[in-house]
Design a protein around this ligand. Structure first.
Ligand SMILES: Cc1cc2nc3c(=O)[nH]c(=O)nc-3n(C[C@H](O)[C@H](O)[C@H](O)COP(=O)(O)OP(=O)(O)OC[C@H]3O[C@@H](n4cnc5c(N)ncnc54)[C@H](O)[C@@H]3O)c2cc1C
Ligand code: SF4
Length: 490
């Protein structure tokens, strides 16, 4: 610990955000990082407290708290404070191979568990310290391609290039196995590329890393759908092991009358069309699903719904409403949800802030769902009947049930962000791997029911977080390495 009294002397300082009116003019990232000297001072606030829940990543009160990667947070905070940036990079990447992703999109489970935040609500700026360290790593050249010194002669196919696939591929390649990554999309990155919007993660950040992975010897085969363009048998014959990292993209639908109306889209289809058009042509191709001049209804009050709100506002929608089935959470921790548990409190994310700035009110309507979609004569959605809900105990279970109160809203574009029900079935069927009732791949420590076939990330875990995908990739690499070599040093 560099400065025992740092947390008492130095206030929490975070990066500046461009105001909503400014940042919604484009799809760029909108945080302005602190000066390195300011970031260094923030490192001093970490007191290496002896109970570093920040790095524990444990299940508390039914939710995970602390970093799932077990990042060595107090260590690199101290190195930041001392200005030993090169060493900080080394300690950071010892556990987290892709801090440039987590430091932009992670919900920072570490900060929720930070001792500094216990009573004051001002935790150490772990996530922004992480970003400063990794960006220093790139600028200084500390992060650069390091191909493995020798090869084992083993070949591994990784299906899917999301964060779990990139994580498992990187470590297996470092170990000396020859890794080929297959991706059905035209670009590498999974939901990092076509899911998370550009303003949260600019896509050059992914390309910068992929360039390094290529230099280190990983082969990428894009626009190739495994199970359709290339068979499972072909892959099993060509490789010593196959790792399935195909995500959990099967969306939960809304089975209300009128669902067949035009203008109703799943959130990920909408978000990926926008990012693809932005990257391909800066929107000149007109291929993005657009909210311009439209009243938008977003179904789902979670993070994906928020991304839809922020994206629709950038496209120039004339109004946005976001439906959430559950009641509004409390503004501060309720009794029984104490530190260091993840705080179940109201979060007003960037999209909702932008809606408040543009339209004057929070877009979220709590305890509501869609009962029916209305369509006009040409079959285009033009409104929805909304049912109000209340919490009741039914057959011993607490559920949200209709109150009988209903009202109509006008809308020309509906975006369904109601969660995911598991992975698409054609890949698991092609490989003949067993599935769980939750729609994910059944496994024993990442090994599926088929010898030599492994699975990790959302495909195994269900829709989760980038940081969990990275953790699963790391663990799976060790399991695959042991399968190939009879022992592992990963
Ligand atoms: C809109 C949205 C926003 C999100 N925002 C955040 C956030 O801010 N922070 C956060 O931590 N998490 C966020 N998440 C969750 C996070 O993105 C995922 O948990 C994470 O990307 C899962 O990684 P993965 O590698 O398991 O799968 P994915 O990222 O889904 O990648 C799977 C890849 O496999 C490919 N694939 C599938 N089938 C085949 C096949 N047959 N052949 C070849 N390739 C195939 C897909 O094209 C895809 O590229 C968000 C999710 C969504 C939907
Ligand atoms: S990966 Fe997420 S939880 Fe872990 S240290 Fe970084 S911001 Fe915190």
């Amino acid at each position: 610990m560099g400065k025992p009294t740092g947390f008492m002397e130095i206030n929490r300082q975070v990066s500046l955000e461009l105001p909503p009116e400014e940042r919604t003019k484009n799809f760029n990232e909108f945080h302005i990082p602190l000066h390195p000297d300011e970031q260094q001072a923030q490192g001093a606030r970490c007191m290496d407290c002896g109970v570093p829940f920040c790095q524990s990543g444990m299940l508390l009160g039914g939710m995970f708290s602390g970093c799932p990667l077990n990042n060595l947070i107090p260590e690199w905070n101290d190195l930041v404070y001392r200005g030993q940036w090169d060493l900080a990079v080394k300690r950071l990447i010892a556990t987290n191979r892709y801090p440039e992703f987590t430091s932009r999109v992670c919900p920072a489970l570490c900060e929720a568990a930070c001792t500094c935040g216990m009573t004051t609500g001002n935790p150490v700026t772990v996530k922004e310290n992480e970003r400063a360290v990794v960006e220093y790593g790139y600028e200084s050249g500390t992060i650069h391609a390091v191909p493995p010194p020798s090869r084992t002669g083993k070949r591994v196919a990784v299906v899917g290039t999301g964060p779990s696939g990139l994580s498992v591929a990187d470590l297996l390649n470092k170990r000396g196995h020859k890794v080929t990554m297959y991706e059905r999309s035209d670009r590498v990155g999974g939901l990092l590329m076509y899911g998370i919007p550009n303003m949260k993660l600019e896509k050059w950040v992914i390309d910068r890393r992929v360039d390094i992975l290529k230099e280190e010897g990983i082969d990428f085969v894009t626009s190739t759908d495994v199970g359709r363009d290339i068979t499972a048998e072909e892959l099993k014959q060509q490789y010593d092991a196959v790792v399935l990292c195909c995500g959990a993209k099967q969306p939960r639908d809304i089975g209300a009358p009128g669902r067949d109306a035009a203008g109703i889209h799943f959130a990920v289809d909408y978000l990926s069309s926008v990012t693809k058009s932005l990257l391909d042509s800066n929107f000149a191709d007109g291929k993005a699903i657009t909210a311009e001049g439209k009243k938008v209804l977003v179904i789902g009050g979670g993070d994906t719904g928020n991304d839809c709100v922020g994206t629709a506002i950038r496209q120039g929608c004339t109004g946005v409403t976001q439906l959430e089935m559950m009641p509004c959470p409390p503004v501060s921790r309720a009794p029984g949800n104490d530190w260091p548990e993840w705080p179940r409190v109201l979060k007003t994310d960037y999209g909702q802030q932008e809606a408040i700035a543009k339209f004057g009110s929070d877009p979220r309507l709590y305890k509501t769902t869609v009962k029916e979609f209305y369509k006009n004569e040409s079959g285009q959605v033009c409104g929805a009947l909304i049912a109000k809900l209340e919490s009741q105990v039914v057959d011993g279970r607490r559920m949200m049930v209709p109150t009988g109160e209903e009202f109509a809203v006008e809308c020309d574009l509906v975006l369904i962000a109601a969660g995911f029900t598991g992975c698409e079935s054609y890949v698991s069927e092609a490989f003949g791997v067993d599935m769980t009732p939750r729609g994910t791949v059944a496994d024993t420590k990442y090994a599926t029911s088929q010898p030599g076939v492994f699975a990790c990330g959302d495909m195994r875990r269900g829709q989760s977080l980038v940081v969990w995908a990275l953790r699963e990739g790391r663990d799976t690499a060790a399991v695959v390495d042991e399968y190939l070599m009879g022992y592992t040093n990963l």
